[in-house]
Write a protein that binds this ligand. Structure first.
Ligand code: BES
Ligand code: MN
Ligand code: ZN
Length: 460
């Protein structure tokens, strides 16, 4: 295969000059196709009907992954032609999106493949002298999302409540992000009883990590709370049946908030943000929490555990209480919280609950940045389904429906009074089951861009 490829567009003279070439390209399925003319290898980017930044990322991802598969070393594209192809979008937005899609399309998690070296086709722009910033932005966004993907793909034996804090320490070592690691003793002192209880059955001690980034301390404080369950077996209410190996990705919320902090710090964003990350493994053992037990939280609320598999909300409750201690003005929690959100929305978009106006703002940001969300209702009438005969509430609803809504209603009970709050359920979008666009067949890295853009947006 050739070592260098030129990316051109369907309306290029190289394609249109020859009728049979033109027809060949037109008849190819997909957004892009390969073409060999007079010994030169071209990638043809076809006409698109949707002029969106997501389309740009997808096209770039498809080209980049295809060329990677063909072991092509270098590719070039003309920035001006690229801008013209997506003329409804600004040139900067197109270059950023193309760069981001290119990098993410080449993403691979090859750590455990004995005979695969990571390989990427290098992209060079022509006529891009004025687009340096746009290229850099795309690179930063892809790096942050790849970091989230790496965390999610990693095995639970490697990334667990004891090692995860160290991984975060390393990631942020030479940055302006402060990493505060709270170990088990500190959790006891701070009465993080949800984390301590859920983590009880695991051979790994639970932990809680705080990532502080003060790009501009005068800005409203945004707290990003991410569920960090490094493996969810269900605990004593053991999961059964299907392949559970994906439950190592039950720390997807924590990967999203860590990725968001990385994105913000790398882009020197003028924001004031803290990520709050409760980390546990939900394991069955004779030391595990048993169904029926009651947790008393620091704020005095008591929760009976109806089902140890509804563990995410139990640890997020500590995160929300902690956000209150920080007096955060905005709180966004994100979690692979319920299978039910996948039933409702499928694999293409997450669900967002909470402050309605903010939820629609978040949807708009997601429509732009590719982390799609759809606003969901907090139905007050369902709230009483969380009542318990023995405690203030149960961690499981008595309803057999609306599982994502009742989970969100549970969280709402822990939201500090003076904070504006959103909850993102990303259980449906944590992974792709086939490679497509700029996604590999693995973890998506969902949420890093979404939460970074949200933080920037409320800090204007
Ligand atoms: N981590 C799961 C949710 C999940 C399911 C994430 C599928 C990704 C894919 C969560 O902890 C869980 O087990 N939720 C239960 C809640 C139920 C017991 C109330 C669920 O969704 O079934
Ligand atoms: Mn669970
Ligand atoms: Zn879980």
């Amino acid at each position: 295969m050739s070592n260098s490829v030129q990316c051109i567009f369907e309306n290029d003279a190289i394609v249109t000059a020859n009728l049979s070439t033109k027809q060949y390209v037109e008849n190819q399925k997909g957004l892009v196709c390969s073409l060999l003319v007079d010994g030169t290898h071209y990638m043809i980017i076809k006409k698109v009907d949707k002029q969106t930044t997501e389309m740009v990322r997808s096209v770039a991802g498809d080209v980049s992954r295809t060329l990677q598969g063909q072991k092509v070393k270098n590719a070039t594209i003309d920035a001006i032609q690229l801008g013209e192809h997506f003329k409804n979008l600004s040139n900067e937005a197109v270059i950023t999106a193309f760069t981001e899609g290119w990098e993410l399309g080449a993403y691979q998690f090859t750590k455990y493949k004995s005979n695969e070296e990571p390989f990427k086709t290098a992209l060079t722009y022509k006529n891009a002298e004025t687009f340096e910033k746009a290229i850099q932005t795309g690179t930063i966004r892809a790096e942050a999302t790849s970091f989230s993907r790496d965390l999610m793909n990693e095995l639970s034996s490697t990334l667990n409540p004891e090692t995860y804090p160290e991984v975060l320490r390393e990631q942020f070592a030479h940055t302006t992000v402060q990493v505060k690691v709270l170990g088990k003793e500190k959790l006891e002192e701070l009465e993080m009883n949800g984390v301590l209880t859920v983590g009880r059955g695991s051979k790994y001690k639970p932990s809680f990590v705080e990532l502080v980034y003060e790009g501009d301390p005068s800005k409203p404080l945004v707290a990003l709370v991410g569920k960090g369950v490094t493996f969810d077996t269900g605990g004593i209410s053991l999961k059964s049946g299907r392949d559970l190996s994906d439950m190592r990705m039950d720390m997807g919320g924590s990967a999203a908030v860590a990725g968001a902090i990385s994105l913000l710090a790398q882009s020197k964003a003028q924001v004031n943000v803290v990520a709050l990350i409760p980390i546990v493994e939900n394991a069955p053992d004779n030391t595990s929490v048993y169904p029926g037990e009651i947790i008393t939280y620091k704020n005095g609320k008591t929760v009976q555990i109806g089902n140890t598999d509804a563990e995410g909300r139990l640890i997020l409750a500590d995160g929300l209480i902690r956000a209150g201690e920080y007096q955060a003005e905005y709180i966004v929690d994100i979690a692979t919280l319920t299978g039910a959100i996948g039933n409702a929305l499928g694999t293409e978009l997450g669900g967002v609950f909470g402050d309605e106006a903010l939820a629609y703002e978040l949807k708009k940001l997601g429509d732009e940045n590719g982390d799609f969300v759809w606003p969901m209702p907090l139905v007050d009438d369902y709230d009483s389904s969380l009542n318990s005969d023995y405690a203030d509430m149960n961690n499981m609803s008595s309803l057999s429906m609306a599982g994502s809504i009742t989970a969100a209603l549970f969280l709402r009970r822990f939201v500090p009074e003076n904070s504006k709050w959103l909850h993102v359920d990303m259980a449906g979008v944590m992974e792709k089951n086939k490679a497509c666009g700029y996604y590999a067949k693995s973890a998506t890295g969902y949420g890093a861009r979404l939460l970074a853009d949200f933080t920037t947006s409320v800090s204007k």
